[in-house]
Design a protein around this ligand. Structure first.
Ligand code: SF4
Ligand code: SF4
Length: 87
């Protein structure tokens, strides 16, 4: 399983989740290439250890454990994974 970043992150990208992730699996960070052009941040499902630290850190409640992603946000499970196929 993994945690997933959903639509409320779009346009916010404040990075609070990045600061608390123990395995640095949320990208791109503000210091990484591509940060300025992405709509949102993404969680690498292959690296996330399911610790849950990021969920309460998000000021806009954009982060959910995969099985708890709301129905209207389900596409973000694939959107997060897809980002890491190219980065
Ligand atoms: S659940 Fe833990 S490991 Fe996974 S993205 Fe959030 S903080 Fe990082
Ligand atoms: S804390 Fe929430 S809004 Fe901020 S970058 Fe992470 S997912 Fe996006």
């Amino acid at each position: 399983m993994t945690y997933v970043i959903t639509s409320p992150c779009v346009g916010v990208k404040d990075g609070s989740c990045v600061d608390v992730c123990p395995v640095d699996c949320i990208h791109p960070t503000s210091s990484e290439k591509g940060y300025d052009t992405v709509d949102q941040l993404y969680i690498n499902p292959d690296e996330c250890i399911d610790c849950g630290a990021c969920e309460p850190a998000c000021p806009v409640n954009a982060i959910f454990e995969e099985s708890a992603v709301p129905a209207k946000e389900r596409q973000f499970v694939a959107i997060n994974a897809e980002y890491f196929k190219n980065h």
